[in-house]
Design a protein around this ligand. Structure first.
Ligand code: FE2
Ligand code: FE2
Length: 327
């Protein structure tokens, strides 16, 4: 018996070495399932505007004004995501541009979505079409479209952007290209079709929704859609605007998708996996996949939330599920 055991093990070791040599793996020779489960790395996380804002306003001391200051961002770093992005699928940052500065034109495979936060005078030029960005406006720069940004105002401007760069990176298709010259020439003639939503339009739509039935999990919510196709703004990320009316407490649910929220106005709290995260204007928070969450607005003013969610990607893959979660 013992002779058999001692002869079998070296034979197996030898065979595994042969497999290694042939670039093959027999996963059943190791304990556990053939496909190793991966624990979700993304964690619930709250980023406070009162911490973000002063650090952002100090950033020109370290990234000097002018040329080279083009993409002065602070990226939301989720402690559980090795790539240091807000979600494992979505990279979210806040960007700071001083008066007169220009973020030179470039293009890249990741889709990018910008939501304007503060300051007057910011613009984005996409494929030669220039768009003003006012507080609450949303501008989409789809994969491989040329884009540059500038600040023609007299005060710094701040926006937040969401990119699907972690997905593109995982798919090993992260590519980019610099434009020749800083800013694209502005096209003449009617602009091409671009996704640009003003705050007035989005807010009016949200108010219209508020007259209808509320969503049990999100209260009053709308997704920004491409009017031509009815689809999400980009294939990977959906953008949402929602209102939690005063006194509302939503039902808890789980989703297979992940989300990064920005508090546009008001205050409230979100219970994520049994921990309560109280948030106020300007804060960001992240909800990992399959973690039960519920929102509450105990105050007497509406709370407005903007969010990036990887719902379209999950739907495309056939993995999108929503489940009621016991409170
Ligand atoms: Fe870019
Ligand atoms: Fe949710």
């Amino acid at each position: 018996m013992s002779i058999r055991a001692t002869t079998a093990a070296p034979a197996l070791d030898q065979w595994i070495r042969k497999l290694d040599h042939a670039a093959l793996d027999a996963p059943w020779t190791q304990p556990g399932p053939l496909i190793k489960p991966k624990k979700s790395a993304m964690e619930p996380k709250l980023w406070r505007w009162r911490e973000i804002e002063p650090l952002l306003r100090q950033s020109p001391e370290f990234m000097k004004p002018g040329r080279g200051a083009e993409r002065r961002i602070l990226r939301l770093d989720n402690p559980g995501v090795p790539e240091r992005t807000a979600a494992h699928t979505i990279s979210v940052a806040v960007q700071y541009l001083l008066p007169g500065e220009c973020a030179p034109a470039h293009r890249h495979t990741p889709d990018a979505i910008r939501f304007m936060l503060h300051g007057e005078g910011a613009f984005t030029t996409i494929e030669g079409d220039k768009f003003r960005m006012r507080r609450g406006d949303l501008v989409v720069t789809p994969s491989m479209t040329w884009h540059d940004h500038g600040n023609e105002g007299s005060e710094p401007v701040i926006w937040t952007d969401g990119l699907d760069s972690p997905v593109v990176r995982y798919l090993e298709n992260l590519l980019g290209q610099e434009f020749e010259g800083d800013a694209q020439p502005i096209r003449t003639g009617p602009p091409a079709r671009h996704l640009h939503y003003t705050w007035e339009t989005a807010y009016a739509e949200l108010m219209t929704r508020a007259k209808g039935d509320a969503d049990p999990f999100d209260d009053v919510i709308m997704e920004y859609l491409d009017p031509a196709t009815g689809r999400s703004v980009v294939p990977t990320i959906g953008c949402y605007l929602q209102m939690l009316r005063p006194g509302v407490r939503t039902r808890a649910h789980t989703q297979t998708s992940s989300a990064v929220y920005h508090v546009v106005a008001g205050s409230g709290a979100t219970d994520i996996g049994g921990t309560r995260y109280a948030w106020g204007e300007g804060d960001f928070f992240a909800i990992p996949p399959r973690v039960a969450h519920a929102h509450a607005n105990p105050g007497d003013a509406p709370a407005i939330l903007f969010s990036f969610q990887d719902v379209p990607l999950l739907k495309t893959l056939g993995f999108y599920r929503v489940e009621d979660s016991p409170a």
